[in-house]
Design a protein around this ligand. Structure first.
Ligand SMILES: [Zn+2]
Length: 298
């Protein structure tokens, strides 16, 4: 078994069979040492040292009553964890316990399981905030199943809405030998390069999307497409599906509207590259970095 990617396999038992059990959920909040994983305006409470993630419900029950969406995330070592949204507060609450920070900036610094739990909480709350109204009839929706479904309040519609994910493919394309293609977008941090990626479109298989995206962006056809691994990337709601593939030609025809640059790099280029404004590898918590490191080690 490969090491899981960042933000995956976070050691939480989602206990999905308990989500609809309102009595059990109520009891966890009233009787037990459940924990709140708070979100304030897309940011997670980040705590110092090896404090358990979140804050105890027991000491913060009043605060929890004033939360927006509350989502039962699951059990971590039998302790129920609830994501709770405090975005309506003018100032972030609970700051005596830590600081609210954007996981896009600091996720890579956290222990694996903590990072996975925090982005899971962030993603569920983001979904609630973006699905307050029914996409079918426009009426308000309300949270159900401990936050894992929203239902339209218009009785004639009653549409059920489930958390959505946007699948994106990300592919390391090599030449069958010692070179791979890396590119960069204009708005990225200086020097940062990555393998290429793009969203899956309706009516496409993942393999179709891999071939289309690399052809659109780098103008090269590929063969021998193999699935590698996947990664939750809830910024706001993607799942990254990682592939490796082999180019059938050396010649690239880069789409300069999409990319500032894309070109071939050798293993040696990467080994010798200092991290500076001319060249940087992708951030450590990304599947792009994982694909590159696995290819380097092949
Ligand atoms: Zn509706």
């Amino acid at each position: 078994m490969k090491t899981p990617n960042f933000y995956a396999s976070g050691g939480i038992d989602r206990a999905a069979h308990l989500r609809a059990d309102e009595e059990w959920i109520k009891q966890q909040i009233e009787d037990r040492i459940a924990r709140i994983v708070p979100i304030w305006r897309s940011q997670n409470l980040v705590q110092a040292g090896d404090t358990p993630v979140g804050v105890a419900v027991e000491a913060n029950r009043g605060l929890l009553m004033g939360a927006g969406a509350v989502v039962f995330l699951g059990l971590v070592e039998d302790v129920p964890h609830f994501a709770a949204d405090f975005s309506a507060y003018d100032d972030p609450p609970l700051e005596e316990h830590g600081q609210f920070r954007d996981m896009r900036g600091i996720g890579q610094l956290l222990p694996h399981q903590e990072g996975a739990l925090l982005v899971y909480a962030r993603a569920t709350i983001q979904w609630h905030l973006r699905h307050q109204f029914c996409g079918v009839c426009g009426s308000a929706t309300t949270s159900q199943d401990s936050g894992h479904m929203r239902k339209c309040t218009n009785a004639d519609c009653a549409a059920q809405h489930f958390p959505r994910l946007d699948p994106a493919v990300i592919m390391l394309v090599h030449d069958g030998g010692d070179r791979l293609i890396l590119g960069r977008q204009k708005n990225w941090p200086p020097g940062q390069h990555s393998v290429l990626a793009g969203f899956v479109e309706p009516g496409e298989s993942l393999e179709d999307a891999v071939a289309r995206e690399i052809f659109e962006e780098a103008g090269v056809e590929i063969t021998d497409i193999h699935y590698h691994s996947s990664q939750p990337w809830p910024f706001p709601s993607s799942i990254m599906l990682g592939f490796m593939a082999q180019a059938t030609s050396d010649v690239l025809n880069v789409d300069r509207d999409e990319l500032e640059d894309a070109r071939w790099f050798t293993r040696d280029d990467l080994l010798k590259s200092p991290e500076n404004d001319a060249f940087r590898l992708p951030r450590r918590d990304s599947i792009s970095r994982r694909l590159i490191e696995d290819w380097m080690n092949q």
